[in-house]
Design a protein around this ligand. Structure first.
Ligand SMILES: C[S@@+](CC[C@H](N)C(=O)[O-])C[C@H]1O[C@@H](n2cnc3c(N)ncnc32)[C@H](O)[C@@H]1O
Length: 224
C-alpha cells in the first residue's frame, strides 16, 4: 500500500497501516531481527541494557528481550508501540516500550547497545545530528551503536519522499564515529517494495561502532 492517502496527499508512511493490523506479521523483514543486531547481541554481548530508538513494531527490541537483555524501545508511533506491547505480552517478554519523539528522548542511564535502524534520515539534518550526539552520550563505556540510515546516493521512493527530511550524504554517518572503534561499516543499495508493487531502491549506510575506552582493544574480539 502507498501510505495512507487523503485527497491525494499521503498522510502517513506505509508502515502505520501494518503496525495497526494485529493479525499481520511484523512490518520489516517479516519481524526478523537484522543481522547486525544478531551479531552483536548473540555473538558478542550476553547481557546488558539495550535502547532501540525508532523501534517500529519491535522486531529488534523483541529479539533483544528474548535473549534476556533489559530493553527500552522508543517510537513516535502509537500503533507501533501498541503492536510491540501486544507481541511482547503474547510471548511473555519484558520491554519498556515508550511512545515518544526520539528528538526529545533523554536518559540518565547508559546503554550497552543503542540501535537506530532506518529512522534518522526521517528527521531534518540538524535534528539527526543532535539525536546522534545524544545516542553517543547515552552509550556506556565500551558500549556499541548499531546505526542504519538511507543516503542521498539515490532519491527517496515517491511514497517516502514527504517523510524523508534529512537523507545522509554518502559516508557521513561514518564520519560521525571518528574516535570510536569501527567493527563494521558498509554502503549498499537495497532493492525494496513497500507492498504497493512499485519496485525501488534505497542507498544504505550501516555502522557498528564501539565507544572504546581501552586503547589496546582489539577489533578481532568482535566476530565481524
Ligand atoms: C522505517 S521504520 C523502522 C522501524 C524499526 N527500526 C525497524 O527497523 O524495524 C522507521 C520508524 O521510525 C519511527 N520514527 C520516525 N520519526 C520518529 C521520531 N521523531 N521519533 C521516534 N520515532 C520516529 C517511525 O514511527 C517508524 O516506526
Amino acid at each position: 500500500m502507498l501510505g495512507e492517502k487523503c485527497m491525494g496527499k499521503i498522510e502517513k508512511p506505509f508502515w502505520e497501516a501494518t503496525y495497526s493490523k494485529e493479525e499481520s506479521a511484523s512490518t520489516f523483514n517479516d519481524g526478523k531481527p537484522s543481522w547486525d543486531v544478531v551479531e552483536v547481541l548473540e555473538k558478542h554481548l550476553h547481557s546488558g541494557k539495550v535502547l532501540d530508538l525508532g523501534c517500529g513494531d519491535g522486531r529488534n527490541a523483541l529479539y533483544a528481550a528474548s535473549l534476556g537483555y533489559e530493553v527500552t524501545a522508543v517510537d513516535i508511533s502509537n500503533a507501533g508501540i501498541s503492536k510491540l506491547n501486544d507481541i511482547a505480552k503474547k510471548r511473555d517478554l519484558s520491554v519498556e516500550a515508550i511512545v515518544q519523539d526520539m528528538r526529545n528522548f533523554r536518559s540518565e542511564e547508559l546503554f550497552n547497545v543503542v540501535i537506530s535502524h532506518g529512522c534518522l534520515h526521517l528527521l531534518y539534518r540538524d535534528e539527526w545530528m543532535t539525536v546522534l550526539h545524544n545516542i553517543k552520550a547515552m552509550t556506556a563505556p565500551d558500549g556499541l551503536n548499531i546505526v542504519v540510515v538511507f543516503t542521498d546516493k539515490v532519491p527517496p521512493s515517491p511514497d517516502m519522499k514527504p517523510f524523508t527530511k534529512g537523507l545522509f550524504k554518502e559516508g557521513e554517518l561514518f564520519d560521525q564515529y571518528s574516535g570510536w572503534t569501527i567493527h563494521h561499516q558498509s554502503s549498499h543499495v537495497l532493492e525494496d517494495d513497500h507492498g504497493n508493487g512499485i519496485h525501488h531502491v534505497h542507498a544504505v549506510n550501516r555502522i557498528i561502532a564501539q565507544k572504546t575506552t581501552n586503547k589496546n582493544y582489539s577489533r578481532d574480539s568482535l566476530p565481524f
